[in-house]
Ligand binder design. Structure first.
Ligand SMILES: [Zn+2]
Ligand SMILES: [Zn+2]
Length: 237
């Protein structure tokens, strides 16, 4: 025998037992005396089924709430990450502006190239000037530092002086342009005297000079490279 529940008429309270799912045309679904009186079909309801339905919808509501909360938690780190990325971008833009203006003591109308940050998997920092933008590859946790800023200045220097030099990309002309900018920006005198062979005709220029300058910047300790994240507030999007 199928499960029976009590069906009641909401009007007259008269009830009877019927299956939980009576057919649509089953007379037990309807209170016939009340229907006859009102001229419209009066449905009976099964209170126990109604209660279950209510409980079910409460459970569904609860589950939806939990789901929403879980999604919010999942989105939280993403939002945080986006916020940090925006902050980092601003820190690098700000630094790039400062460096850029130092290349032009008499001012310039030249627009600073766009700075594009990419994350390296290693802890290393590297850069590239591709002719229209400066690309700086940094560790994911980086907010700048001696290596980052030297690299940034280096790439901006390429943008300023161009690369058509008989002495190559990283020759005397390049470093002679970069050195005073680094010295002015961080007020650290670069000492190249310990490197033998850096004369005007020397062919021994190159990344060694960058490493030497980065090391001296780091060693100086005068350079506060790290911006606190709240130095650059980012408005909530
Ligand atoms: Zn009735
Ligand atoms: Zn270079």
């Amino acid at each position: 025998m199928t499960k029976q529940v009590r069906w009641k008429c909401a009007n007259c309270d008269h009830g009877l037992l019927a299956p939980t799912k009576p057919r649509k045309n089953d007379v037990r679904r309807y209170c016939l005396p009340c229907s006859a009186k009102t001229g419209k079909l009066v449905e009976r309801i099964a209170p126990s089924l109604e209660k279950k339905r209510e409980q079910r919808s409460t459970v569904v509501r609860e589950q939806n709430k939990i789901k929403r909360e879980r999604t919010a938690i999942k989105l939280q780190p993403l939002k945080e990450r986006q916020k940090r990325e925006t902050q980092r971008q601003r820190i690098f833009e700000k630094e790039a502006d400062r460096i850029w203006s130092l290349f032009f003591p008499n001012g310039t109308t030249r627009k600073r190239p766009r700075i594009k940050l990419v994350y390296s998997h290693s802890r290393g920092v590297s850069g590239m000037w591709n002719g229209w933008e400066v690309l700086v590859r940094i560790p994911r946790s980086s907010n700048g530092g001696a290596e980052e800023w030297e690299t940034l200045a280096h790439e901006l220097c390429h943008a300023v002086i161009g690369t058509r030099h008989s002495e190559g990309k990283h020759g005397r002309t390049f470093y002679k342009a970069l050195k005073p900018v680094i010295e002015k920006r961080w007020k650290v005198k670069m000492d190249w005297s310990f490197i033998n062979g850096y004369t005007d005709t020397s062919k021994s220029w190159g990344y060694k000079v960058d490493w030497a300058m980065t090391a001296q910047l780091e060693k100086s300790g005068k350079v506060k490279f790290d911006y606190k994240s709240d130095d650059l507030e980012v408005e909530e999007g």
